[in-house]
Write a protein that binds this ligand. Structure first.
Ligand code: SOE
Length: 383
């Protein structure tokens, strides 16, 4: 069958622009889908940088204004890789121009914006994805499959961390290029929308909806120079956040995230405890899923470590030979594959978070921030 090109216009040439461009470059070499991504246009504010990026990654053309990009006839899908405060405007303009959207996480600054994006894209009937990439790692997908089969029995507990240490210096400014994650006006929140949102996405995917939360946040450094104005401004992001949660299935959870865990660059983990079995995973050893099976006779019972690299593990058969490893970048390739597969077969169940699903994650983040402010348990809105 002849391939159906999906001509993509990527907005943003930073870290995420690179991960997505790599995914579009790799996809066709390793996966068979009828729809295939085409690196059509890269868009960013600096003409020099955008030209250099286009050359390096093989984009056919460039734009320096996303308002022009969304109107182009040679674009089928807009990929939003810009800071969080721009997702809403770019998405609404793309929808108005009939483009599919792949949007970086989190969906929006808050649930209010997110809901408008969901309503607009659903009314327009355009395919849409939010890049919560970690669920596409083979070991995380395997965990999802094991839980979905019911193998764990009743689930009691879910716990997850995302720990970093890159903002600990008081000298670090807030806002502007590379540091917008420290500026609440641009990012919406601190670790809650940035890091916990990933953990919430994985948790909701594997263990179902979260119905209520009780949270605390802390901002350790109260003032920082703003990179754009040179003035000292109060810091209004959450540097750290921990919350308790209840899931719809009756299980309880504890989540923690911080950018002040000295020694941790990106320690993302989860553990899930069921009646018969437990599962545990850690981004630093991302090809392994730890598995405890209580039904094994006592003498040989213990935690085992599945190297999720065999031909019949999720996604791995498309890559190298059994036993070899995949990395962080493959999660984005798999996300793009799932999106293309859903264009091939729109009625099949989606393995990726669409805008509505990501709105559910946004609502958990909103409830977490509200609970931290009020000191009360907060019910999570249904998306
Ligand atoms: C923050 O440091 C960050 O880059 C997040 O923004 C990403 O979403 C996460 O995957 C890695 O850490």
């Amino acid at each position: 069958m002849s391939k159906k090109p999906v001509r993509i216009g990527v907005v943003g040439y930073g870290f995420m622009g690179r991960t997505h461009s790599n995914a579009y470059s790799q996809l066709e070499h390793f996966f068979e889908t009828d729809h295939v991504p085409v690196k059509q246009v890269i868009c960013g504010r600096s003409e020099d940088k955008v030209k250099a990026f286009a050359e390096q990654w093989g984009y056919a053309d460039t734009e320096t204004d996303w308002r022009e990009l969304v109107k182009r006839d040679d674009i089928d899908a807009i990929d939003i890789c810009t800071p969080n405060n721009s997702h809403y405007d770019i998405a609404l303009a793309a929808i108005e121009n009939g483009k599919m959207i792949l949007c970086e996480k989190p969906l929006a600054l808050n649930g209010e914006q997110g809901l408008k994006m969901v309503e607009a894209i659903e009314a327009a009937g355009l395919p849409n994805l939010v890049w919560y990439n970690y669920r596409f790692l083979p070991a995380v997908t395997l965990a999802k499959q094991i839980v979905a089969r019911g193998d764990l029995g009743r689930i009691y507990h879910y716990r997850a961390n995302f720990l970093q240490d890159w903002t600990m210096s008081e000298e670090l400014p807030q806002g502007g290029a590379a540091l917008w994650r420290l500026d609440a006006a641009t990012a919406g929140s601190g670790v809650t929308g940035d890091l916990l949102a990933h953990n919430i996405d994985c948790a909701r995917w594997i263990n179902g909806d979260i119905i209520s939360v009780s949270a605390m946040t802390e901002t350790f450094i109260k003032e920082r120079v703003h990179q754009e104005t040179g003035e000292v401004h109060p810091v209004t992001i959450d540097d750290a956040c921990a919350f308790l949660a209840r899931f719809e299935n009756g299980s309880t959870a504890i989540f923690e995230s911080t950018r002040y865990a000295r020694g941790h660059k990106a320690l993302k983990t989860f553990e899930i405890n069921g009646h018969h079995k437990s599962l545990s995973w850690d981004l630093h050893d991302l090809n392994r899923l730890a598995y405890f099976d209580h039904d094994v006779p006592g003498e040989t019972r213990g935690w085992s470590s599945i190297h999720v690299s065999d031909g019949d593990h999720p996604y791995t058969g498309n890559w190298w030979v059994p036993g070899l490893c995949l990395g962080y970048e493959h999660s984005f390739v798999h996300g793009a594959v799932e999106f293309m597969k859903s264009l091939d077969n729109p009625s099949a169940e989606k393995a990726y978070p669409d805008f509505r699903n990501a709105l559910g994650t946004q609502y958990v983040c909103d409830a977490v921030l509200e609970s931290a402010k009020t000191g009360q348990w907060v019910e999570v809105k249904k998306a």
